[in-house]
Design a protein around this ligand. Structure first.
Ligand code: NAP
Length: 210
């Protein structure tokens, strides 16, 4: 698939690089596509990756990974041009400074806000509930990390499901985009247990059912 990455840091860099290594055509959309960081990222990602401006990356892609800081996200989206029909994987968490909590929630979510800013796009909330180190390697001794996602477009969710499986995750559809209201606080559970309450970043969640 043609995948554009908007926000080429921990999350965008890891996901984009792994999908490029799997053979997808990845365009890293960066404010500084000529920077040393992007040069290193391209070298690591292999021949199917290239760098461009964020707007060029969005234009060239069927799937866009949005991995930007919450406070800048609206402005970044405004600069991407026409996103009609494109699948936008929203990995953004609306974090308060110092990981103190979430800037919004309960009766809305970053996922829903983002979808309202780019209504012609098909937004799937995904990859927000685990750290970028788990995106790099979702495998644990006996199991793989679950990957919960949500959205309102069945076809877009099927694409995200497949992309998550390709990375080694065990993906589950958590329902419509309003479920971002619970997936974003769920991310805070991972973040606080990993960074504050002593479990380290090498943790993942398992989904059981019978
Ligand atoms: N880190 C994690 O483990 C993790 C896990 C799940 C979800 N998330 C969420 O994913 C998003 C990205 O997190 P991250 O850790 O990847 O962040 P990061 O390493 O700081 O990367 C963010 C990227 O956004 C781009 N950007 C564009 N405009 C920006 C601006 N005005 N200010 C700062 N950066 C700007 C930058 O890429 P360019 O310079 O190339 O434009 C930057 O590298 C956040 O919403 C976060 O809550 C993070």
């Amino acid at each position: 698939m043609k995948i554009g990455v908007i926000g080429t840091g921990n999350v965008g860099g890891t996901l984009g690089s792994r999908w490029a290594k799997g053979g997808h055509e990845v365009v890293f959309g960066s404010r500084r596509p000529e920077s040393d960081e992007i040069t290193d990222l391209l070298a690591e990602s292999g021949p199917t990756a290239r760098a461009a401006s964020p707007a060029e990356a969005a234009f060239a892609s069927e799937v866009i990974v949005l991995a930007t800081p919450w406070p800048s996200t609206k402005e970044i989206l405004e600069g991407l041009g026409d996103l009609t029909g494109k699948i936008v994987i929203d990995a953004v968490n609306p974090l308060l400074p110092g990981l103190a909590g979430l800037a919004l929630g309960t009766d809305t979510s970053a996922g829903e806000q983002i979808a309202s800013w780019i209504p012609p796009a098909r937004v799937v909330k995904a990859f927000n509930t685990i750290g970028n180190n788990i995106m790099a390697n979702p495998h644990f001794e006996t199991d793989s990390s679950v990957l919960l996602y949500c959205g309102d477009d069945a076809e877009a969710k099927a694409v995200v499901h497949e992309l998550a499986e390709e990375l080694g995750f065990e993906p589950y559809d958590a329902g419509p985009l309003t479920q971002a209201r619970v997936l974003e606080p769920f991310a805070m559970l991972w973040i606080s247990m990993a960074l504050k309450y002593g479990y380290s970043r090498n943790i993942g969640f398992k989904f059981l059912r019978r």
